[in-house]
Design a binder for this molecule. Structure first.
Ligand SMILES: Cc1cc2nc3c(=O)[nH]c(=O)nc-3n(C[C@H](O)[C@H](O)[C@H](O)COP(=O)(O)OP(=O)(O)OC[C@H]3O[C@@H](n4cnc5c(N)ncnc54)[C@H](O)[C@@H]3O)c2cc1C
Length: 521
């Protein structure tokens, strides 16, 4: 526990079973998915309402104890790790879906609702239904007046319900990080998470309409649109807060957009003898003006690993697997699919499979979905790097990553969102060896600097956290860094919330590169 805070003080606010102070239990909260950054928190608390968050934040603020927001802890940059005996405030148990409003295509959720839980709940509802939280499993359809100002029937109460209530409901929450079964919507917004379908559906900030956020002094503000209003102007504060990585406050509630799911697909899986050929296909698809919903790529090492574990029948000489998916109006899809096949042929594809049938589609996706599980079979630890580069440079980036792997004696496999230039070199190592950990950190720095030098960025979707904070000033000049600091100051002037993440701070300094994993106390 922090020296100035007792168990009793926290238990004055929350019941005992929602306050963790036992070191053997705190062990679980030492890191997120980036296990190189480790530090035991002073305590972990699980509020279930905004009021409880406010009371905890006020207490921690009074004692100048670092407040560290956390969702499910699936982050990959150490963003929710508490240093300096900070207290983790987890929103994981604030997991109520407050409202699903299909007519206005939006939902109101607490921050701890898991990404997929929302889409699952939406899928259970018949079309054109508005429900309240307590009725998620007991839906009573209600139809409100048409809102389209140019419709002749605008404002009239319509009894459309009887005609359409049995139609299948086509909506979902579109951001689809691969962690979507576990990660929370509050965490997705705070990291501005992307996913496999980011190419067409964009990132989390494009799907967050409004938010409730508790600032470090306990002030609660509501920003953005609510109840289906898409704009609240003049400033796009939800847009600013998305990607704050828990450094502005604790997000407690969100209004999010629900969008129709695609119903017609074509999936194309193509194999190549060189990664350069596959990368050139990506560039040419993008340059052609087509907008696939996903273009994913696996390098030769990854294909070999999947083949030896799951026996898909990929030829030994395969150096790249490209999975492209298009969706939209069914009648147009075969034409676009043929265009992609033609591009692949031009770049020496060795084998290509296409399908519009849902069962075959699931089989075609299997290799991509099996990738991370297969890595777990061959390495005690792995570190997934994340940078975004111009798509026309993908072939150079993969060649450079290969060179860096050789230079540092590291095996690096690549599975990534090629369509949006989001590379994910996966460094395999043994977490128990300090030398290997340092090797990974050094190799990552060289790789990220290369990506920045060729016009890329420090992160495609995972964020900065503590992992890449030392490279912020490599990417951004002094004036820009000062501006970032001014934005942070506007929300959290005394650096009470998650100091030392995303924006460098004198208050909490974490150095992961030499000498070993440094945990300031
Ligand atoms: C197997 C795997 C696959 C992944 N795939 C993807 C992917 O495809 N795309 C992608 O973008 N990411 C991916 N990630 C990373 C991670 O899942 C995302 O960053 C996710 O958005 C984190 O959500 P979380 O609830 O786990 O947040 P946490 O890990 O708990 O926290 C992440 C950051 O958000 C802050 N935060 C969390 N909740 C709040 C809140 N309520 N208020 C304020 N700040 C908050 C924390 O302080 C921290 O800085 C993957 C991770 C894993 C382990």
């Amino acid at each position: 526990m922090p020296r100035t805070l007792s168990d009793a003080e926290l238990q004055n606010i929350l019941p005992r079973d929602r306050v963790v102070t036992d070191p053997s239990e705190l062990f679980v909260y030492e890191s997120d998915g980036f296990t190189i950054a480790k530090s035991q928190p002073g305590a972990v608390v699980f509020p279930t309402s905004t009021e409880e968050v406010v009371r905890i934040v006020k207490l921690l603020n009074e004692r100048d104890i670092q407040i560290v927001p956390r969702g499910s802890g699936t982050g990959l940059t150490g963003g929710c790790v508490a240093y300096e005996n900070g207290v983790i405030v987890s929103t994981a148990r604030m997991n109520k879906i407050l409202k699903i409003d299909l007519e206005n295509r939006c939902a109101h959720v607490e921050a701890g609702v898991r990404n997929l839980a929302l889409s699952d709940a939406v899928a259970q509802l018949p079309l054109n239904v508005e429900i309240d939280a307590d009725d998620v499993h007991d839906v009573h359809p209600t139809t409100s007046p048409a809102r389209d100002p140019v419709a002749g029937s605008a404002g009239a109460i319509q009894n459309r319900q009887s005609k359409i209530q049995n139609l299948p409901n086509p909506y979902h929450f579109a951001p689809d990080p691969s962690s979507q079964r576990a990660s929370t919507i509050g965490g997705n917004a705070s990291t501005n998470a992307g996913g496999i379908h980011t190419l067409k559906d964009f990132v989390s900030s494009n799907h967050v309409l409004g938010m409730e956020i508790v600032l470090s002094d306990g002030t609660v503000i509501e920003v953005g649109g609510k109840d289906g209003a898409y704009e609240s102007g003049p400033f796009d504060l939800p847009g600013l807060i998305c990607g704050h990585e828990g450094t502005f406050g604790i997000v407690t509630k969100l209004w999010v957009r629900l969008v129709p799911k695609a119903t017609s697909f074509r999936t194309i899986v193509a194999l190549f003898k060189t990664t350069a050929d596959a990368c050139n296909v990506v560039s040419e698809i993008i340059a052609s003006g087509m907008l696939p919903s996903a273009i994913e790529m696996l390098d030769g090492r990854m294909v070999e690993l999947i083949e030896s574990n799951y026996h898909f029948g990929f030829p030994r000489e395969t150096q790249a697997l490209l999975l492209a998916e298009i969706d939209g109006v069914d009648a147009l899809l075969d034409g676009q699919m043929n265009d992609i096949v033609e591009i692949a042929n031009k770049h020496h594809v060795t084998s290509i499979q296409t399908s519009g049938d849902p069962e075959t589609r699931a089989k075609l996706w299997k290799a991509r979905k099996a990738a991370f599980g297969a890595i777990g079979k061959i390495s005690p630890s792995y570190c997934t790097q994340d940078a975004c580069v111009p798509r026309s440079m993908l072939a150079d980036v993969l060649a450079e990553v290969d060179k860096i792997g050789k230079q540092f004696g590291l095996q690096i496999n690549n599975v990534f969102h090629a369509g949006d230039g989001n590379v994910h070199p996966i460094f395999l190592y043994d977490d128990r060896s300090e030398i290997e950990v340092q090797n990974v950190m050094e190799a990552a720095e060289v790789m990220l600097k290369y990506c920045i030098d060729i016009g890329g960025t420090l992160t495609g979707e995972h964020g900065v956290g503590v992992e890449k904070i030392h490279l912020m000033s490599y990417l951004f000049d002094h004036a820009t860094m000062r501006q970032f600091q001014s934005v942070k100051d506007a929300f959290d002037p005394n650096e009470r919330i998650n100091a030392g993440k995303l924006i460098p701070s004198d208050k909490v300094v974490v150095t992961l590169l030499k000498p070993g994993r440094h945990v300031p106390q």
